[in-house]
Design a protein. Structure first.
Length: 133
């Protein structure tokens, strides 16, 4: 949905807080940094950058909240939540050039999903269908 952004639900900086989508409000709870796994200290750089989408193709990255505690986007089951960095694959994602979706390193057949066919506000991962709402 146009004008919608990924956010920390309720703007609360707590571990296991749900991640959702909402209208852009300009708050820190809607700001994120993309940190590629190979750029977190000294790892090899892999993949080329897709200039149209702004991602390196098939290169794992973390999504880190700009809020004070710097929690990482993580998966609790298929639901997106905030967690302390733990090095688990559930905190790593990558841009898939073929489907043009952001996929989970933990479950590569799953991509980012806005629940209720893009009409909901909760973020999760779900079987890739190549739609971004």
């Amino acid at each position: 949905m146009k004008g919608q952004v990924v956010e920390v639900v309720g703007a609360v900086d707590n571990e296991n807080r749900n991640i959702g989508v909402n209208d852009a409000k300009g708050g820190m709870h809607q700001e994120w940094d993309i940190i590629y796994v190979d750029e977190m200290p000294a790892a090899l750089k892999i993949g080329e950058e897709n200039k149209d989408w702004g991602f390196k193709i098939n290169s794992p990255f973390y999504v880190v909240s700009k809020k004070s505690r710097g929690y990482f986007l993580d998966l609790l089951g298929n639901n997106m939540v905030m967690k302390t960095r733990n090095g688990m694959k559930s905190q790593q994602f990558y841009f898939d050039q073929k489907t043009r979706t952001i996929k989970s390193v933990r479950t590569p057949s799953y991509s980012w999903n806005i629940q209720s066919n893009g009409k909901g506000s909760n973020m999760s991962v779900y079987s890739t269908n190549s739609n971004w709402w």
